[in-house]
Design a protein around this ligand. Sequence first.
Ligand SMILES: NC(=O)c1ccc[n+]([C@@H]2O[C@H](COP(=O)([O-])OP(=O)(O)OC[C@H]3O[C@@H](n4cnc5c(N)ncnc54)[C@H](OP(=O)(O)O)[C@@H]3O)[C@@H](O)[C@H]2O)c1
Length: 255
Amino acid sequence: MSNIETAMSLENRVALVTGASRGIGLAIARRFCQAGAGVVVCGRSEDTIQSVAQELTAEGFQVKAMVADISNRDDVDALVAFTLDQFSKIDILVNNAGITQDTLLMRMKDDDWDRVIQTNLTGTFYCTRSVIRPMIRQKSGRIINISSIVGTIGNAGQANYSASKAGIIGFTKSVAKEVASRGITANVIAPGFITTDMTAQLSESDQERMLELIPLGRLGAPEDIADATFFLGSSGSGYITGQVIHVNGGMAMNG
Ligand SMILES: NC(=O)c1ccc[n+]([C@@H]2O[C@H](COP(=O)([O-])OP(=O)(O)OC[C@H]3O[C@@H](n4cnc5c(N)ncnc54)[C@H](OP(=O)(O)O)[C@@H]3O)[C@@H](O)[C@H]2O)c1
């Protein structure tokens, strides 16, 4: 293999991708598989996650699936144990699973707040904490956390979601500082507006309004996020840590 081929390959790497039964997580899992990685995927729905694993396995990829709710600590510890059992190591963690529960602040119930924070932020904490020991033992690892553009610019009706996604950024930077000396990097990807089930609820007129805010003139695809995530998981990104990579078509240009 040439240096370029080595940099673009994930042969002999093992990745855990949370929330990989559809949308962005599925695109990331597929991209990692295509680069040669062994991949563990998880989601809450047994049928969906198992059928994703069957589909990818039928395409010749090394994929294992497990039902796990990342907002549950025991599920997360079992998921990481399953990954180590199946593949003996874990090189890349992608904290992708996330939910929205949108409403204006004055109508936001405690449960709207708690569920979103518990899944998006606490789930990211559980998964990261659970992989950190094996990664320290290996003296290498890549942690890639999926935040959102609204974690940096905010959005009316998404105070809970924006807080969870902003929390992920501070969390990632702190982890990056803690584990850099152990050969582990931790970075954030902040997607803009990506066409998935999560954004499908928006009306056509809202989507058109959104489009007007995107200099590159199109909504994002899950593959746009998968490509950036792949880069952060590959050997070509070894000197990048504690960063937020915005993948948003220019919708917000952060300093
Ligand atoms: N789409 C966008 O425009 C956009 C923009 C910025 C950031 N993001 C972020 O990107 C990530 C993926 O978004 P998406 O648009 O692909 O969402 P999606 O289409 O709704 O998919 C979410 C995935 O996460 C899984 N999931 C949800 N809660 C889970 C839990 N507690 N435990 C385990 N798995 C769980 C879902 O499977 P089950 O339902 O079966 O559990 C599904 O596989 C999220 O973190 C989201 O906040 C998306």
